[in-house]
Design a protein around this ligand. Structure first.
Ligand code: CA
Length: 364
């Protein structure tokens, strides 16, 4: 290229960039965040949801906004993610809000409450049902802005060494169970244990606990529970559609340019649905493999379910008497749940009930 020609071409580029460059530099700063996950790296679906957020954010900002995800235990233990975000040890964390019901039971509504919402209903409550606004108000007390960023769908009820035939079989049972359900099921004599995902297997293997629930076939197979417990119960009535959330330190969030805030929001919304889709695909074959290898699949007896159902709503009513914050969210959630159930009973339930029980159509 001749020098004159080059200068002319470069000149055009320079003219264009003098207009655009300052605006871009100002609105696209380089930002690096650390994200503490509550989960082990081996669980590619739930741990992977935070990586999905990080990947999308990086790609949408041309690599300017980077989020590095650390597994549970790498920066802080899996059950201390909220604290690490609150005190600024990390800018954000990927966790289940019900791990922190010991601080305030209200946090459970951000994830799942026993006999509450399925994944569709949780998403509806969060996106258009007023749930996000209510929970953001709660999280303000922890200096945190939270985003729905993953869902497992209805979970399994967990792994038991002995059969659960009656409500009495729950008495004295040391059961690893997530979230507010521990408080509910302790009413029926269970001794609930809150243990991070990566630490459950050794406890079950050693016999420190008698039973454990985690998520569903795909994760539970990876964690190896089928090797140490024979009976696999369903459903996980405490987790109809538990949400996993990205917790972001309020101050760090405020520092983001508007465009990055929007990108983060969209990346979390994508991770929310993508994780659910991934579990629904992976669980199909995992369940077949588990049953093929000798796992005995059992539904919780109806009277056990009914006793737990009653215990859940008794616990909510008691909590609401002494916890104003809980009462406010519980009443709104309960109203949404009851009305949503009325609607789901009509089309969704009729569809599900027919297709899952009807004999398949004959080949013509
Ligand atoms: Ca669980």
């Amino acid at each position: 290229m001749k020098r004159r020609q080059f200068l002319a071409t470069a000149g055009v580029g320079a003219a264009a960039s003098t207009i655009a460059a300052p605006a871009i530099a100002q609105s696209a700063p380089e930002i690096q965040w650390r994200c503490a996950s509550s989960f082990p790296k081996s669980l590619d679906t739930i741990f992977g949801a935070a990586e999905t957020v990080a990947k999308m954010v990086s790609e949408a900002t041309d690599g300017k906004f980077q989020i590095r995800v650390f597994a549970g235990g790498e920066i802080v233990p899996g059950l201390q993610v909220l604290d690490a975000v609150q005190n600024g040890t990390v800018q954000c964390g990927h966790t289940v809000s019900y791990y922190y019901v010991g601080k305030d039971a209200t946090l459970g509504f951000d994830a799942s409450m026993p006999f509450g919402l399925n994944a569709r209903q949780q998403m509806a409550w969060m996106t258009h049902g007023g749930g996000l606004e209510l929970m953001r108000e709660v999280f303000k007390n922890y200096n945190i802005v939270q985003f729905p960023a993953g869902n497992t769908g209805t979970q399994m009820g967990g792994w038991f060494r002995k059969e659960i035939k009656t409500v009495d079989d729950l008495k004295g049972l040391k059961f690893r169970i997530g979230g507010y359900a521990g408080k509910v099921i302790s009413k029926l004599g269970v001794v609930p244990q809150q243990i991070a995902g990566g630490d459950i297997y050794p406890s079950l293997e050693k016999g420190t606990i008698d039973a454990a629930e985690w998520v569903g076939p795909y994760d539970d197979e990876k964690l190896g529970f089928n090797k140490v417990a024979k009976y696999y119960y369903y459903p996980g009535w405490w987790e109809g559609g538990p949400q996993v959330s990205l917790l972001v330190n309020q101050g760090e969030y405020e520092k983001l340019p508007k465009a990055y805030k929007s990108i983060l929001d969209q990346a979390c919304a994508y991770a929310n649905t993508s994780m659910l889709g991934k579990y629904d695909v992976q669980n199909m074959d995992a369940l077949k493999r588990l049953v093929g290898a000798g796992t005995q699949l059992k539904p919780f007896p109806r009277d056990v379910m009914q006793a737990c159902y009653q215990a859940a709503f008794d616990t909510y009513e008691e909590e609401a008497k002494t916890n104003e914050r809980f009462k406010k969210v519980y009443e709104a959630w309960r109203k949404f749940r009851d009305e949503e159930y009325l609607w789901f009973r009509v089309a969704e339930y009729s569809f599900d009930q027919f297709v899952y029980s009807a004999p398949p159509p004959k080949k013509s």
